[in-house]
Write a protein that binds this ligand. Structure first.
Ligand code: APR
Length: 234
């Protein structure tokens, strides 16, 4: 039975109404990402950054998983019943894969519904607004920030992801522009071991030429179709 690693990016959640990063003339929800998603931006204007993430949290509360999230959750369950494994590695900070019922998920860029304290380092589930004055539930310091990996910070779970890539029989990349490392390098790592790699995206990504197979269209159409085909073939 096969082991799958499935990387996803913003394109997976686009049809749930969540904006991608690079499809609107370099602006992300009307902001330059460097002004809201870097440690330097947070140091310079923490109120702006907190407001930006408060808006993203409120937007996510109103969003729902789409057909692609649901298909991936079904795929994970079906493959598990057949003795295989599926690791869902996502660059997305939303919880739509979880809400679709998927379990084996690594959020390499953090999670929107989590915050952390920069003093005591505790993490908290957080769906409401956050401000620079909100006290940490543990240590009471006013040092809370979104548990998001900003530009210039280290992505999470890299060792687990690399281990999974080493034993993967198939690597699938869904809805990502392939422009942000280290995620954009996973296809190289997989190909170096001779692993087949499939790209499912709206349009060819920056590294589409590295994939052994490519399928283009909206994720809500092509992901459920790919899942059905793959399940038929095993
Ligand atoms: N279906 C499939 N793919 C889509 C859809 C859709 N409905 N809509 C857009 N796409 C594709 C775009 O063609 C693009 O290639 O999704 C990709 C989105 O690319 P980006 O906006 O660059 O998002 P992503 O690759 O996830 O960005 C990576 O960059 O800003 C950082 O940390 C942030 O996790 C993010 C990382």
């Amino acid at each position: 039975m096969k082991n799958y690693v499935i990387l996803s990016g913003a394109g997976l959640s686009a049809e749930s109404g969540l904006a991608t990063f690079r499809d609107s003339g370099g602006l992300w929800e009307g902001h330059d990402p460097m002004a809201v998603a870097t440690p330097e931006a947070f140091a310079r204007d923490p109120d702006l950054v907190q407001r930006f993430y408060n808006e993203r949290r409120a937007g996510l509360l109103g969003a729902k998983p789409n057909a692609a999230h649901k298909a991936l959750a079904k795929f994970e369950q079906e493959i598990a019943t057949k003795g295989g494994t599926v690791l869902l590695v996502t660059q997305n900070v939303d919880d739509l894969l979880e809400r679709a019922g998927a379990k084996n998920i690594l959020h390499m860029h953090g999670e929107l519904f989590k915050i952390r304290c920069t003093q005591c380092h505790d993490h908290f589930l957080w769906k409401q607004d956050l401000s620079t004055q909100t006290p940490c539930p543990s240590c009471k310091a006013q040092s809370l920030r979104p548990a998001i990996v900003w530009f210039g910070e280290m992505p999470l779970y890299m060792e687990e992801i690399e281990r999974a890539l080493l034993k993967a029989d198939l690597f699938i990349s869904i809805g990502t522009s392939g422009s942000v490392y280290p995620a954009a390098g996973f296809v190289d790592m997989a190909r170096a071991r001779g692993t087949d790699c499939i790209e499912l995206n709206l349009e060819p990504s920056d590294n589409h030429h590295l994939f052994t197979k490519t399928i283009y269209g909206p994720a809500g159409d092509i992901v459920p179709r790919w899942v059905e085909e793959e399940l038929k073939g095993i």
